[in-house]
Design a protein around this ligand. Structure first.
Ligand code: C5P
Length: 415
């Protein structure tokens, strides 16, 4: 690895890579890897021509995101509309940028996905041209490139050297490592980091967050609990606070430090959590990240339960569903109610079911029981669902996921 891609030169940047239809498209696969190694999150859009050279599936495997190929793909649009994708990007890079693509960008065309994304985005645009040297040197191409430069577009390359047709000259796509180095030399502020700056988008709003497990006492020494660490809820509370919110964190039994500037109430059982939550209202946003026990002993024994029979039956009753009650009782009062769903299977199905049944504005689902994420891990991957949309949050540290989730909450508030 070269110094350019070593470390995290593009840390936390959201890069939209638009792949044009030239033989150098295969090098864009390597570019995705290099961008990710440099710390960027990458989504890929391809022109129809690019798909003649490389498959969308290859980009999907390397980027970890579904590859976008058309303006008219309703399933992809449902997941993230193209304008949303254009907004998502901290920067856009077109590589390889063919002569035709440069001409269309220079003229502001919007007749396919890639040209539309480039026209719609307000993020900095970089282009890495690749074509036959005669096409590159043609005054028409040179005029188009000059027009793009004039508008602040970063032009990366091309390199001089052997070309695909056995000829030689200027027109080779710059090597992926060198492209990463040039991007890193023109820094942009990642929106996820910018959004995390103090005094942000939740200023003046009161946010109640629940986190951690609840413990339901069986007797003075035993309880029913679950494996929640509370890390996600604490990270979300911290992220909301960084956005300027007045945050109250209702925490079950966890071993975590209170995030700076966040008020905290500690509770043990589901009943106590419910009481603390309702005592915290009025509020503007409720985020139920706690893994509340679903059942609690009908009565907690006053003294230690003795080993007598071969088996022991516990008499359990349902706990109050705090989230449903909050959503039902505060209808119209809270601006946004957010739930979490930890599932082992059929994640999307169960999550959407709960979104409707609990009358939530947003639900965040993650698969638990996998090796590299979930309850005790610092890392997770999740998907958020709302009535008419969803968004994937690929595997990332919980602190970053929390910033991204709070950014989505801000978007939904403004929707
Ligand atoms: O139904 P399930 O427990 O999977 O739903 C999870 C969501 O509901 C979480 O947001 C959790 O905080 C909330 N919940 C609750 N009270 C319960 C059970 C779950 O607030 N008794």
């Amino acid at each position: 690895m070269t110094p350019a891609s070593k470390g995290h030169a593009l840390n936390a940047q959201r890069i939209l890579l638009c792949v044009g239809g030239g033989i150098a498209a295969y090098k864009a696969l390597e570019l995705v890897r290099r961008l990710r190694e440099a710390g960027a999150e990458v989504q890929v859009a391809m022109t129809a021509g690019a798909q003649q050279f490389v498959t969308p599936l290859s980009f999907q495997a390397l980027s970890g995101h579904a590859t976008r190929t058309s303006l008219w793909d309703s399933a992809a649009e449902q997941a993230m509309g193209h304008l949303e994708l254009a907004r998502w990007a901290d920067r856009v890079i077109v590589a390889p940028a063919t002569a035709d693509l440069l001409a269309r960008l220079a003229n502001g065309h919007a007749d396919d996905l890639v040209s539309t994304l480039c026209l719609a985005t307000t993020a900095p645009l970089s282009v890495a041209p690749a074509m036959n040297h005669r096409m590159w040197l043609n005054p028409a191409t040179q005029a188009n490139v000059a027009a793009l430069r004039e508008r602040g577009v970063q032009v990366i390359g091309p390199d001089d050297g052997p070309l695909a047709e056995g000829e030689s000259g200027p027109g080779r796509l710059r090597e992926p490592d060198a492209i990463v180095a040039e991007l890193a030399a023109a820094p942009v502020e990642p929106k996820s980091v910018a959004a995390a700056a103090p005094g942000g988008a939740l200023k003046g709003l009161r946010v109640v967050v629940t986190a951690g497990p609840t413990y339901e006492d069986l007797d003075p020494v035993r309880y029913l609990g679950n494996r929640s660490s509370g890390k996600m809820g604490f990270a979300v509370a911290a992220a909301a606070q960084r956005q300027g919110a007045d945050v109250l964190l209702v925490a079950g039994p966890v071993h975590l430090e209170t995030p700076a500037g966040v008020k905290r109430v500690d509770v043990r059982s589901a009943a106590q959590m419910r009481e603390a939550v309702f005592a915290a209202f009025p509020a503007d946003i409720y985020i139920g990240a706690a893994a509340v026990a679903d059942y609690t002993p009908r009565v907690a024994a006053a003294s230690k339960i003795k080993k007598t029979g071969e088996s022991l039956a516990l008499d359990l009753v349902r706990t109050p569903d705090i989230l449903s009650e909050v959503a039902a009782l505060t209808q119209g009062k809270l601006k946004l109610v957010v739930g979490f769903a930890a599932e082992t299977d059929n994640v999307a199905g169960y999550a959407r079911g709960k979104l409707v049944a609990k009358r939530l504005d947003l639900i965040v689902a993650n698969r638990v029981g996998i090796a590299d994420g979930g309850f005790e891990s610092d890392q997770n991957a999740m998907t958020a669902y709302w009535a008419d949309g969803e968004r994937d949050f690929p595997s990332a540290p919980k602190t970053q996921l929390a910033d991204d989730l709070v950014a989505l909450i801000v978007e939904r508030l403004n929707a």
